[in-house]
Structure formats: structure tokens, C-alpha cells
Design a binder for this molecule. Structure first.
Ligand SMILES: [Zn+2]
Length: 231
């Protein structure tokens, strides 16, 4: 299908699901393509230009908008098919450093510097093959080794270095030098934390192994937090 973009403020890319090649949109987008469109928009209130991203897929010569999660799911399936049929990894793919046996594998598809998709390759979609084994065997025989990245999923506990962070649960500031507890999340491929007050954490849902930084706390704090975790 043809897609008309406002050449001044809009630009975009499509990804061929068979090759995972990223192509800048001129006008024609082949059927089946994954589509990412960027739009530059000036926002009066904050006197700033922001870039909005929208996602979709072209099916039956029609553009169907999706959210990022939906597109990521479809891309994960296409990536699985790619791996199974070619016995290689798509280009521009990062592999998480520690693939766990019998768990789904996470691959990061770096479309541009600003757009990363975290694709999930699970055992079911591989027809029962072990994702870690399959991906490791591919990496071993590739001459160009893919970049590895850390999928850090641990929470973090520490003393607030400043009073600037806000609690993700209650919204109030977290005082300097008081304990803050961070929930991990990814922005593109960078690991970030959403910080919370100690009192705003629902401790029962966490375990000691889920958190790093406990050993760096003062003894009395460490003992208290460990008790909360044990409850
Ligand atoms: Zn709070």
C-alpha cells in the first residue's frame, strides 16, 4: 500500500518480517510489513517539540494501527519463524547475556537508536525446543557474534543520593539519605528504576533474592528489611 507522510513532520520505517531489514518509508509499504511512524509535534504548554511514535502492520493493503506491545508480540512470532527457517538470528539483534535453560529467551531488536523491541522466544513457539540451547548453538557457529546485553531484573535498595527522586507509589519526594527501593524497567536497552519509599513497598511480594544492595545497607536497616521480606 502507499502511505503518505507529511514530509516535514513525519517519517517512518517498515520492517520486512521475512528478512528483518529496516527500510525507510518513501511511499510504498509491502503487505505484511511492520510499521513504525514518527511524528514531530510542537506542544504549546511546555514550549517543546516532542516526537510521538505509532505502530502498526500492513495487512491486505490496509494499515492497521497497533500498540507497541501488540506489535512486539507479532514481531516475536516472526522472529521465531526466522530463527527456525534460517537457523540464524535476524540482523540488529542483541541476545541477553544469560539465557536460562528452559525459560523463554529475550532478544532485543534495535530498529534505530531510539526504538528497541524486546522480543520473546518461548519454548511453545519453538515446538518444544529449548530456546537457550537453540540460540547458543546458533551463536557458536556464527562468525559475527551478536552483542550480548544484561537483562537485569532485580530490584535495588539504596540510600537516596539526593532528595530529587519521587516515590512511584505515593508521589511524594524521597528524602536524601533515606532508603529508596527501585523497581527495574527498561527504557530502550537501558536499565532504569522506579523508586519507592520503604513504607510504600508491598514487601510480601518480594524475596531476598529479588533485591540487590541489601548488603550495602547499615546493619540495623539490613536486619529490618530482611525481617519485612521474611513476613
Ligand atoms: Zn511513597
Amino acid at each position: 500500500m502507499k502511505m503518505q507522510l507529511d514530509s516535514e513532520n513525519e517519517w517512518g520505517y517498515f520492517i520486512d518480517p521475512q528478512s528483518f531489514q529496516v527500510v525507510e518509508i518513501i511511499d510504498e509499504i509491502p503487505d505484511g510489513s511492520f510499521v513504525v511512524i514518527k511524528e514531530r509535534e510542537y506542544i504549546d504548554d511546555i514550549d517543546r517539540t516532542v516526537i510521538q511514535t505509532s505502530y502498526g502492520i500492513v495487512e491486505g493493503k490496509k494499515y492497521q494501527p497497533l500498540n507497541k506491545r501488540e506489535l512486539t508480540k507479532i514481531m516475536s512470532t516472526a522472529c521465531t519463524d526466522y530463527i527456525l527457517s534460517s537457523n540464524r538470528l535476524p540482523p540488529k539483534i542483541l541476545v541477553e547475556k544469560e539465557l536460562k535453560q528452559d525459560k523463554s529467551a529475550q532478544l532485543a531488536f534495535i530498529m534505530t537508536n531510539y526504538d528497541t523491541f524486546h522480543l520473546r522466544i518461548d519454548k511453545n513457539s519453538l515446538g518444544g525446543l529449548n530456546p537457550a540451547e537453540l540460540i547458543n548453538s546458533i551463536i557458536e557457529k556464527e562468525t559475527f557474534k551478536p552483542t550480548l546485553y544484561d537483562r537485569e531484573e532485580k530490584w535495588k535498595i539504596e540510600y537516596a543520593k539526593s532528595g530529587r527522586s519521587k516515590c512511584n507509589s505515593c508521589g511524594a519526594a524521597i528524602e536524601k539519605d533515606s532508603i529508596r527501593v527501585g523497581e527495574p524497567y527498561f527504557f530502550e536497552t537501558y536499565l532504569n528504576y522506579r523508586w519507592n519509599h520503604e513504607k510504600c513497598i508491598f514487601w510480601q511480594r518480594l524475596e531476598k533474592d529479588d533485591i540487590k544492595g541489601l548488603d550495602l545497607l547499615d546493619d540495623s536497616d539490613k536486619v529490618r528489611i530482611e525481617k519485612l521480606l521474611d513476613e
